[in-house]
Write a protein of this length. Structure first.
Length: 235
């Protein structure tokens, strides 16, 4: 297990990453494993990196959340949804190919173990920063309940990291996984009947879906000061 006293982030800097592995998680989402060229890279669970390259005169300018735990450094994993030219370029990188990137970035992070139960809600590749946090909490022996509600609007019957979550639920008594397949996360959340006022809640979804999920959570009794949401743009 990773010790809290070594959990820290390095200053934002430039790196060169090499593709180690690339695997399809759903028909549109890939997990891409990278190794950075320096061992001093450190990030907090929930942070991101910014791949930087050009294609046909267009600059790649999207930041991607890291899906792996900080314990895997200097290796990181990105969860990339194929929805446009930039994400397609990143998905099509060959094993052994290199690309420059900059990081870490991002403020929706964990720097110490929380002291309340946690509810995570993710749609599509928005699972990435939440996976980083959940995996790290598992490694640290986190003692409070964790719930994950996951959906994927792009291909509703295919959830990224689904088998990972199913295995984790079997081995970690504090972790509870609910799939929103052929239904929206709002329906699943309403059926859980959790006392949301006692939870820290994190939402990650595309654009206005993040706002819609936040409204639902608040209507079910969550406290605004214990809720964090992050929007991402798919292109």
């Amino acid at each position: 297990m990773q010790s809290l006293d070594v959990l820290r982030r390095s200053p934002t800097a430039d790196y060169v990453a090499t593709v180690l592995h690339s695997v399809s998680l759903t028909p549109t989402i890939k997990a891409i494993r990278l190794r950075l060229d320096r061992d001093d890279f450190r990030f907090l669970p929930g942070q991101s990196v910014w791949p930087k390259f050009e294609q046909d005169g267009r600059k790649f300018s999207k930041i991607y959340s890291i899906a792996s735990s900080p314990s895997s450094c200097p290796e990181i994993e990105l969860c990339v949804s194929r929805v446009g030219w930039s994400s397609a370029t990143l998905q099509d990188l060959a094993i052994g190919q290199s690309l420059p990137l900059r990081g870490p970035y991002g403020l929706m992070t964990l720097s110490e173990l929380p002291q309340r139960p946690r509810l995570y809600i993710a749609e599509g590749s928005g699972i990435a920063p939440l996976k980083s946090q959940i995996d790290w909490l598992y490694e640290c022996g986190y003692q409070y309940p964790i719930w994950l509600v996951q959906a994927n609007p792009e291909t509703p019957v295919h959830l990224p990291y689904q088998q990972h979550w199913q295995r984790l639920q079997q081995t970690w008594g504090n972790f509870h996984y609910r799939e929103a397949i052929a239904q929206c996360p709002e329906t699943v959340l309403a059926r859980l009947r959790l006392d949301l006022a006692t939870f820290d809640i994190v939402i990650c979804a595309v654009g206005e879906r993040s706002d819609q999920l936040q409204e639902t959570i608040l209507s079910l009794g969550a406290k605004l000061d214990q809720l964090r949401s992050e929007k991402f743009i798919a292109f």
